[in-house]
Design a protein. Structure first.
Lengths: 458, 139
């Protein structure tokens, strides 16, 4: 009790001066925490409002978000007519898919991340190869493994569907006239050198014995169709494609989770309200203390997003079906630099703004291989499996991994010296589990979890 | 409390530099002397009292030798976490402002804890380095 009063006195004297971390009504630090714990806890909530995205001037446009929601659930944005964004980012599965390795029109080689709070992310994908939500949304649409579609196909869809077209034009202005098939073929896109399409062509050659004269000579039909178009027509189609990405991003920015029991507990720390403090029972509180203390989870899972938004190497071996010797961030940086849709590119609405700072100072030297983005822990307990290739099936396995580090790649992870077996007891693992459960908030407005009745706001 | 932490931080940062500055440091600058070459290097965070946590920032750097500003040098800054075995995930660049002042942009310290800020002053093809221990805290 003496200790609690002493801690309260310390906070009363000093902490109240700082608005960001103040808890003026606090009568005493609740057990089992001390003043330092409380200071750290206050930095983990609230999440606040999403940061603006100046590269997308439609990011917070409700009509764009409604159109984006319609597109998110629309399987016509795929080669086989069966794959939508929502096929892998399933609302009922916390905007993930519950699978170890994602499956689009073909199998992928990494795990589907959940979409909660993506508006706060600095980088997208496990390797950070996109620097904005809209640029990210474009990648799966044209990936031959994911949607397998093309920007021409998508532009035609908007042009031919009266409702989608009207919703588009209400936000972005007139669609180009795409009726002339000689000028605007039904499918086509630029096929970059590192596109999976080339790998698929090589595999096809190997199976069929028919060669195109080597993979480097393979002239993809999508590229051929694209090359036959005039520059202004290519530009008009790409503009529609980019706007589709910006609309989907506007919708995804609404997928917010920030009112978990943990957030109510932190409100209680600030207000002293017992009802709010009761949001965390003692096992969860002990787990939180471990999170900040012995387990040191907060070093990477920092801030209200519970992620430092940067990249680390845990030394996990590739999973079956996952990419072998996955280069992770090393390749992500190279891809990001080449991406015409990055924040400094011609399709960005603010190429000289903060996006430039992010891109300008990316390392030019070879990055460590095998580093992947720190995932957020909000809703982590309902987004199994875990890690970039879904290597760990359950949260219990994750806690056991950090406790023992068993299963790491021998000789791996020279870049994360701090990673050492935590030696957690069963009780400690249970407490950490209880804390992670307190980060669940799936209380999204149900209207955002299904295809909208109309792609346009009425 | 925040002022106390800032003071402790400043004391720690100053105390861990290679050697005391031969001349009184300018306001807000933490100074040290390069291991070779006798360059006095002072740095401060542009627009803030200390390195912010997990946000991009710029460093103002002053370089002197024998009390005179050093112009025409190349200045590089990097920061590492010795306990973690890694550093920043950015590659800062600097430009000369004149009168011995340089601006380093692209700093990002994405984790709390002990960092070592290393500033290289390159003159005549030779790098002269000074290290500063510092603690990155939650804002």
């Amino acid at each position: 009790m003496k200790r609690a009063l002493f801690v309260a006195a310390l906070c009363g004297a000093g902490c109240g001066a700082d608005e960001a971390t103040s808890h003026p009504a606090q009568a005493a630090v609740p057990a089992p925490f001390d003043a330092q714990d409380v200071q750290r806890i206050l930095h983990l909530s609230p999440l606040g409002d999403p940061p603006p995205d100046p590269t997308n001037r439609f990011a917070d446009d409700p009509a764009a978000a409604r159109l984006g929601q319609a597109l998110f659930f629309d399987t016509r944005l795929s080669k086989n007519g069966q794959t939508a964004c929502a096929t892998c980012h399933v609302p009922e599965r916390s905007f993930a898919d519950g699978q170890r390795i994602a499956q689009g029109v073909l199998p992928l080689d990494r795990h589907t991340p959940a979409l909660w709070n993506v508006a706060w992310q600095r980088w997208m994908f496990w390797d950070g190869r996109s620097d904005s939500l809209w640029a990210q949304a474009l990648v799966p649409l044209e990936s031959p493994l994911e949607h397998g579609s093309t920007r021409l196909q998508i532009a035609h869809l908007l042009h031919d569907d009266a409702e989608l077209g009207a919703a588009y034009e209400a936000v972005f202005g007139p669609l180009p006239e795409l009726d002339d098939e000689a000028r605007f073929p039904p499918v086509g896109r630029p096929v970059p050198r590192d596109d999976h399409a080339h790998e698929l062509a090589r595999e096809h050659e190997a199976r069929s014995g028919h060669t195109h004269g080597g993979a480097s000579a393979f002239y993809h039909p999508h590229q051929r169709a694209w090359d036959r178009m005039r520059g202004p027509d290519q530009h008009a189609v790409t503009e529609v494609f980019v706007n589709v990405g910006k609309a989907i991003a506007a919708y995804e920015r609404l997928l917010v989770s920030r009112d978990a029991p943990f957030d109510r507990f932190v409100r209680g720390l600030r207000s002293g309200r017992e009802e709010d403090l009761a949001a965390l029972d003692m096992p969860a509180r002990r787990g939180l203390q471990l999170f900040l203390g012995k387990a040191r989870c907060h070093l990477c899972h920092s801030g209200p997003l519970f992620s430092d938004m940067e990249f680390h190497d845990l030394g996990l071996p590739s999973a079956s079906g996952g990419r072998r010797a996955d280069p992770g961030r090393q390749e992500g940086i190279a891809t990001l630099r080449r991406d015409p849709f990055n924040g400094m590119g011609p399709w960005s609405d603010d190429p000289r703004g903060p996006a430039r700072t992010k891109l300008d100072y990316l390392p030019t030297h070879a990055h460590e291989r095998g580093e992947f983005k720190t995932p957020s822990l909000r809703n982590v307990a309902v987004t199994a499996p875990y890690m970039h290739q879904g290597q760990l099936a359950t949260l219990v396995e994750v806690l056991e991994f950090y406790s023992s580090l068993e299963g790491r790649e021998p000789g791996s992870s020279s870049g994360e010296r701090i990673l050492a077996p935590l030696g957690l007891t069963v009780q400690e693992q249970e407490d950490l589990f209880a804390f992670l459960l307190s980060l669940i908030d799936e209380g999204l407005d149900p209207i955002l979890t299904t295809p909208p009745p109309s792609p346009a706001l009425r | 409390m925040r002022r106390l932490l800032s003071l402790l931080f400043a004391l720690a940062a100053a105390g861990c530099a290679e050697a005391p500055s031969p001349s009184p440091p300018a306001a807000g600058f933490t100074t040290g002397v390069t291991r070779e070459g006798g360059y006095t290097v002072g740095w401060r965070v542009a627009g803030a009292a200390r390195p912010p946590f997990n946000r991009h920032f710029e460093l103002e750097v002053r370089v002197e030798r024998d009390g005179a500003p050093v112009e025409g040098a190349q200045v590089f800054a990097r920061a590492d976490m010795p306990g973690h075995g890694h550093g920043m995930q950015t590659e800062p660049r600097s430009r000369e402002l004149g009168a011995g002042e340089y601006l380093v942009a692209g700093m990002l310290m994405h984790m709390t804890g002990h960092w070592v800020l290393s500033i290289d002053v390159i003159t005549g093809g030779t790098a002269h380095t000074v290290d500063f221990d510092l603690a990155v805290e939650l804002d």
